[in-house]
Write a protein that binds this ligand. Structure first.
Ligand code: C2E
Ligand code: MG
Ligand code: MG
Ligand code: MG
Length: 277
């Protein structure tokens, strides 16, 4: 009886595994097609200065409409990483962000753009070379692009990443450490990377109204940024209370629905003319 049940559970487990594998394979195929058919787009989320709430830059966020449905990059980027597809997708993102920067500059609104880069991209490709090629092709300066690396990337091979950060800064680009606070890197370790910005993960911001611990973490990260000479960005600021709190902590920049959700490129310039109050 027990044996039978065990076997039943196993068969069920196998079926689930097969379904997951099939779904993954379908996604991989669909990602290949999306790349070939130029089906990706970029959304741009404004980042505002705390001091005057004016926009200082935007972050490029990958968007994919598949089968009439928007699929989150949080869902497909991990799959694209496993299959190496994140490399050509990342090349497309960089090229497109640079072209958009050129269009905004030509429209009289030069805007800096932050581009997210995944771990595999950093280790498998020459990201510095990619950035130089794409900015040159678009006819913009390398200083227009900021590279966002997650804290977890720093921990994999710190010497390689340190050199890449140094090279990016050498060519005039800047570097932000994304999702900070989720990756368990030690603080002394952080000082070895000469990044320009530290972005506090939005999971902490989401809890500042209810959790003393999260308030302490946000305060601490803002302090560390200051001491290490980095600008501090609060991610995922959704309301005025959260905005006031991160402002009091000394965060320099804010990003989140309270300022603006990610928008289509065509919606960004009208926003510049009417900044939030
Ligand atoms: P991220 O770089 O930390 O980007 C911020 C994410 O938070 C975005 O999700 C954004 O839409 C969301 N967000 C912004 N403000 C708020 C807010 O006030 N509340 C809440 N709840 N969410 C907010 P999105 O666009 O789904 O992207 C998820 C992640 O996917 C990104 O996190 C980034 O790690 C990755 N990603 C996005 N685009 C790319 C890309 O071009 N390349 C790579 N490698 N990764 C990307
Ligand atoms: Mg980011
Ligand atoms: Mg982030
Ligand atoms: Mg995040």
């Amino acid at each position: 009886r027990a044996k039978e049940q065990g076997r039943g559970a196993y068969a069920f487990f196998r079926q689930e595994m097969n379904e997951a594998a099939t779904q993954r394979l379908e996604m991989v195929n669909a990602l290949h097609r999306a790349l070939a058919e130029n089906a990706f787009t970029l959304a741009y989320q404004p980042v505002a200065r705390v001091a005057d709430q004016r926009f200082s830059s935007v972050e490029a966020l990958l968007r994919w409409q598949h089968g009439g449905q928007a699929i989150s990059p949080a869902e497909f980027i991990p799959v694209a990483e496993e299959t190496g597809l994140v490399v050509p997708i990342g090349e497309w993102v960089m090229a497109e962000a640079c072209q958009q920067a050129r269009r905004w500059r030509d429209a009289g609104h030069p805007l800096r753009i932050a581009v997210n880069v995944s771990g595999l991209q950093i280790y498998r490709t020459d990201i510095v070379d990619l950035l130089m090629r794409c900015t040159r092709d678009a006819g913009i300066g390398t200083d227009v692009i900021t590279i966002e690396l997650t804290e977890s990337i720093l921990m994999q091979d710190s010497n390689t990443v340190r050199e890449i950060i140094a090279d990016l800064k050498h060519i005039g680009s800047s570097v932000a450490i994304d999702d900070f606070g989720t990756g368990y890197s030690s603080l002394s370790y952080l000082s070895r990377f000469k990044a320009d910005k530290l972005k506090i993960d939005r999971s902490f911001i989401a809890k500042v109204e209810t959790s003393e611990e999260d308030r302490a973490i946000v305060r601490m990260v803002a302090d560390i940024s200051r001491v290490l000479g980095m600008r501090c960005v609060a991610e995922g600021v959704e309301n005025a209370l959260q905005f006031d709190f991160v402002a009091r902590c000394g965060c320099d920049l804010v990003q989140g629905f309270h300022i603006s959700p990610p928008r289509r490129a065509s919606e960004v310039l009208p926003l510049l003319a009417h900044p939030p109050d």
